[in-house]
Design a protein around this ligand. Structure first.
Ligand code: VGL
Ligand code: ZN
Length: 209
């Protein structure tokens, strides 16, 4: 098997103090930094929204962040404005060792469409190209960590499995939004049930490859 490390949305807006802060989100950064040297190929996804993205509550007068609306016939969670293209909040975490990243995949650029997965937008209308990019390199196993466990990590892992990749989820390398208590644990269980192996970073970094 040819492995790659996939870092999901390790961006300033998802860290404590950011626009869509994930509790303890900065804890994933040292895990990412420790694992990167052990991988020949490292991909990072970046949530990369235009300023008036329709997932932002501010685009819907009278609506507040974390409310759910119907958009184009689908349920859409409204988020605080976050990861706006070119803004500091969209940048990779400053402590992330970006020199170790080989390829960046951006998502969420279509104003009308949200894109939690690094592979497809939320309704699978468009592919980001990540699947083809990895397959062209012979990569068939992804080791995944990042933010947020119960949103973008979950959808990325489920799509990766559906695309035929083997997936290892780094348990100590993810943190979740937990809009409802228990969302993160439920997401991890959903990823496991779909075929992901759940592992601790210490066992991965120490394993022969
Ligand atoms: C994310 C909500 C909205 C994530 C991105 O990276 O998990 N969550 N956009
Ligand atoms: Zn987003």
């Amino acid at each position: 098997m040819t492995e790659a490390l996939l870092l999901v949305d390790i961006q300033n807006d998802f860290l404590p103090g950011g626009a869509l802060a994930v509790a303890d989100g900065d804890a994933v950064v040292p895990v990412a930094n420790a694992l990167m040297p052990a991988f020949e190929y490292v991909v990072a996804s970046q949530d990369w929204h235009p300023p008036q993205h329709l997932s932002f509550a501010a685009e819907h007068p009278g609506r507040a962040p974390f409310e759910v609306i119907e958009l184009d016939g689908y349920e859409q969670i409204l988020w605080p404005a976050h990861c706006v293209q070119g803004q500091p909040g969209a940048g990779f975490a400053s402590a992330l060792d970006i020199a170790g990243i080989d390829h960046v995949v951006r998502k969420g650029m279509d104003r009308r469409l949200d894109s939690y997965s690094a592979f497809y937008d939320n309704h699978h209308r468009n592919a980001t190209g990540l699947g083809a990019h990895l397959k062209a390199r012979g990569i068939d196993h992804l080791v995944v960590l990042g933010l947020a466990a119960d949103v973008c990590v979950k959808f990325t892992v489920l799509d990766a499995l559906a695309e035929g990749f083997a997936v290892t989820l780094v348990r100590d390398g993810v943190r979740g939004v937990d809009m409802q208590p228990g969302d993160t644990e439920a997401a991890i269980e959903a990823m496991r049930a779909a075929g992901a192996v759940i592992a601790d970073s210490a066992t991965l970094a120490g394993a022969p490859r």
